[in-house]
Design a protein around this ligand. Structure first.
Ligand code: GEK
Length: 244
């Protein structure tokens, strides 16, 4: 399938209440995220490899904030343990609608997948061996993040893993400014104009609230994870694999 090109920000942003994961965004999402997040494909591939290594028989694998199901499908294709199923959760109806359609078009028969429209901040997780949350915690109200990570830890079986990928910020302003410039260069190199970069930045700044790596690592340790290991880093994007 060819990705629909992301042209959403070719006119200035006049949105009220910030960026939303609606039908317009869902339509262009694969193109948008690939051109905006350095290493996105690597993080998806890595999540699937981690799922393959850590999935335990007869447990759930969760994809939290699944959007169109890139992580979901990658995990479902790699895991061969018996009795596993993937629970893909997103609170955007538009995203899930599209994700269900895309997964129905797949020719191979991976693990069973449940597509669930729900808010992950108040969802009751079943026992799971693998939980992935790629580029989603950054959209959750910061005051709810510790509770969510705590509930993820509680749901994991001993030896289970949590994959977390996020946009991060540096404490030092000068260093952060360098990373921001380079991220904008990445977007320019992927064909976004100055107007598109500025408009997207304006639209997203009230809804995407990044934290420092240290804040993420501290929260993961505090939740109880025995190992918190950075497994991906490109510019201002990182991923960690945390083992219970
Ligand atoms: C990928 N992981 O392709 N509950 C459920 N879903 C939520 C919530 C919430 N409270 N808040 C936001 N979302 C995906 C990419 S995108 C990242 C994840 C991005 C959902 C939201 O609807 C959107 O689909 C997703 O989190 C974030 O690997 O757009 O930069």
């Amino acid at each position: 399938m060819t990705d629909h090109p992301d042209t959403l920000f070719q006119t200035p942003w006049h949105g009220v209440g910030g960026f939303r994961f609606d039908e317009q965004v869902a339509h262009v999402f694969p193109d948008m995220i690939r051109r905006s997040v350095p290493g996105y494909g690597q993080v998806i591939g890595l999540s699937a490899l981690i799922a393959k290594r850590y999935a335990q028989p007869h447990t759930h694998l969760y994809d939290l904030g699944c959007s169109l199901g890139a992580t979901t499908l990658a995990m479902a294709e790699q895991v061969t343990e018996p009795g596993c199923r993937v629970i893909a959760i997103d609170n955007s109806h538009a995203m899930l609608d599209r994700a269900r359609g895309l997964s129905a078009d797949r020719l191979i028969d991976p693990l069973p997948i449940d597509w669930v429209q729900a808010d992950i901040t108040d969802y009751r997780f079943e026992p799971a061996s693998v939980m992935a949350m790629n580029f989603t915690l950054q959209f959750i109200d910061p005051t709810l993040r510790a509770d969510l990570i705590g509930r993820i830890y509680e749901a994991l079986t001993p030896g289970g893993v949590f994959v977390l990928a996020e946009k991060v910020v540096l404490e030092a302003r000068d260093a952060q400014a360098i990373l921001t410039d380079l991220h904008h260069d990445f977007k320019r190199a992927n064909g976004y104009s100055e107007l598109e970069i500025a408009s997207k930045r304006q639209a997203i700044e009230t809804v995407l609230i990044p934290e420092t790596s240290e804040a993420h690592q501290e929260r993961l340790h505090h939740a109880g994870f025995s190992q918190v290991i950075e497994c991906f880093h490109c510019l201002n994007f990182k991923a960690w694999v945390s083992v219970k």
